[in-house]
Design a protein around this ligand. Structure first.
Ligand code: TEU
Ligand code: CA
Length: 560
């Protein structure tokens, strides 16, 4: 039954945890996280209050883009385990009352997928139109598009047939042709097989790019390939079809990763009327420091811009569509390093602040593994330590631009994707409790200090704060249903808002600066004694003075 029929929108109050399997827990000492490793940590997640696990891809893959290049959609990569391991994981997740969603990567496949191999063989292959093939133009590729990872042409020439195929990401990730109904049927059938097995939904990788613009026109001055391909002419039609053919038949949850989405588009993708997806990830907050145009810089995200983005999405989607709430993921720097403070006195406090302010807005919260420990972005010293295709290419191009090795490595460490993909820090033991072998990517050197074992045992740790915060969110419908009302909107140091629902008001206050600030909420009258529901400072003086300490967050019930 669908949520339309049952009105059971369980995903609205759920807390989701993203696992990057390669870096989560290695059970057999080969240095690569695996499914048995995940199973061994389910109680840690259960105790945190997680309702839904999202697994980044575990399908069979040559691994040129961390598994986002799939060569078999119906099997598990042997590095992660077997189908038996996967079924056991699903059972163990369900037996704990939780759910599991898979990453669905269907804008492109791997070039080692049998469909692509067949597609290359001849123009008459039944698989030819599973991909996007075109003749060249004036002795070169069909248009002037460049790919997101290398900056070289999006078109790969094939000698066999004398045509080019399109790839928005690396050349090992040819784009699938969604205009072909046979391809769409094949994808839907694959999705049904996972859902029939008991999987509870999907996170859909770059789903906003699946419908390419008519005629594949050149990008002109001021345009980008991403801008041209995002929210293409048939994307909503295809998602509605997917909804009818697949999703409506299951009680599942979907979140679209929609690069280039605007609030207007999000209202269609994630409409509460339930025609397409349940919610989407947008990039507007994370793009504030350069983002899709050019992220290889040292720009900082400033609070005023961030507040504007948050508030816009809260207000615009209210009553119309559903928000997702995330601070980071496997493509972004660690949130504490980017938006909080790495200084020892403020690291834990600022991570708690970020979580409080982000996750008490309206929407479904997503926690990226290690955020609940305030893990930091790793700094890499030399290019041979990097593993990510995007970071390696960026390093080369920064060197070409004339930067020194250390300057280039600093930028790649700050902004690249490897820094947040380092192994989970489970303990202070060698290998950080992640592996008994050699990890596939260097562990962050701070694991002796920042690790799960220490934090689970310490009541005021980030982990235990996240546990209380998640519980608080679930304790009252005001956190799911309450209206979002920004306060102190003009201030550049404080992010604050009310959640209002049926005579109840909650105030969420966060000081994003390293200074003490005063922030008295004007609608707290003398008769009303506000009650603090949660806060990140034990000796807060806010209730008596209206003063917030550096990076303080406090949540008040103001008219109970
Ligand atoms: O990312 C989509 C995406 O838009 C990325 O290019 C993102 O902008 C970039 O990583 C930021 O540096 C998804 C996956 O999350 C990512 O891991 C994959 O590499 C990509 O799609 C291709 O599948
Ligand atoms: Ca392993």
């Amino acid at each position: 039954m669908t949520d339309k029929q049952t009105n059971n929108q369980w995903w609205k109050s759920a807390a989701v945890y993203q696992i990057y399997p390669k870096s989560f827990c290695d059970s057999n000492g080969d240095g690569i996280g695996d499914i048995p490793g995940i199973i061994s940590k389910l109680d840690y997640l259960k105790n945190l209050g997680i309702d839904v696990l999202w697994l980044s891809p575990v399908y069979k893959s040559p691994g040129f883009d961390g598994g986002y290049d799939i060569s078999d959609y119906l099997n598990i990569d042997p590095a992660f385990g077997s189908m038996g391991d996967f079924r056991r994981l699903l059972e163990e997740v369900h037996s704990r009352g939780a759910k599991l969603i898979m990453d669905l990567v269907v804008n492109h496949s791997s070039n080692e997928h049998p469909w692509f191999i067949e597609s290359c063989k001849s123009k008459d292959s039944p698989y030819r139109d599973y991909y996007i093939w075109r003749d060249g133009k004036n002795g070169g590729p069909p248009n002037n598009w460049t790919d997101f990872f290398s900056g070289a042409s999006c078109w790969e020439y094939s000698e066999t047939t004398g045509q080019y195929n399109l790839h928005l990401f690396s050349k090992r990730q040819p784009d699938l042709n969604w205009d072909n109904p046979a391809l769409r049927r094949e994808i839907y059938s694959m999705m049904r097989q996972w859902l029939d097995m008991g999987v509870d939904g999907f996170r859909m990788d770059v789903i906003s790019y699946i419908s390419k613009p008519e005629g594949l026109p050149d990008v002109r001055e001021g345009q980008s390939v991403s801008g041209l391909c995002a929210n293409g002419p048939h994307v909503h039609e295809y998602l509605r079809e997917m909804r009818r053919e697949v999703l409506d038949k299951y009680d599942c949850m979907t979140v679209g990763e929609t690069a280039g989405v605007t609030v207007e588009e999000a209202k269609k993708y994630a409409s509460l009327s339930g025609d397409e997806l349940n919610m989407v990830f947008h990039f507007e907050a994370n793009d504030l420091d350069g983002g899709e145009n050019y992220k290889w810089n040292k720009n900082k995200i400033e609070l005023p811009g961030l507040k504007q983005v948050y508030t816009k999405w809260q207000k615009e989607l209210s009553g119309k569509a559903w928000n997702s709430l995330y601070l980071s993921n496997h493509d972004q720097p660690r949130s504490v390093s980017r938006l909080g403070s790495e200084l020892e006195e403020y690291r834990e406090r600022s991570q708690k602040l970020l979580a409080t302010c982000a996750y008490l807005m309206q929407g479904t919260p997503f926690i990226y593994q290690g955020e609940e420990l305030a893990m930091t972005s790793r700094r890499f010293a030399s290019p041979d330590e990097l593993r990510d295709i995007e970071g390696i290419n960026a390093y080369k191009s920064l060197i070409k631009d004339g930067l020194s090795q250390s300057e280039a490595m600093e930028i790649v460490s700050l902004r690249g994707r490897d820094s947040a993909r380092t192994p989970m820090q489970w303990s202070g033991e060698p290998g950080a409790g992640f592996t008994s072998g050699v990890p596939w990517l260097k562990i962050n050197g701070n694991y002796a200090k920042i690790n799960a074992a220490e934090q689970v045992a310490r009541p005021d740790s980030v982990y235990n704060y996240y546990r209380r915060l998640i519980a608080l969110r679930k304790s009252d419908p005001v956190f799911t249903d309450g209206e979002y009302v920004p306060i102190f909107e003009e201030r550049g140091d404080v992010f604050a808002y009310l959640r209002v629902c049926g005579g109840k008001s909650i105030a969420v206050l966060g000081n994003y600066s390293a200074k003490q600030v005063s922030a008295v909420v004007s609608n707290i009258s003398a008769e009303i004694m506000p009650r603090a529901l949660i806060g990140n400072i034990k000796s807060s003086v806010y209730l008596t003075t209206g003063i917030l300490q550096p990076y303080e967050a406090i949540v008040l019930e103001i008219n109970a």
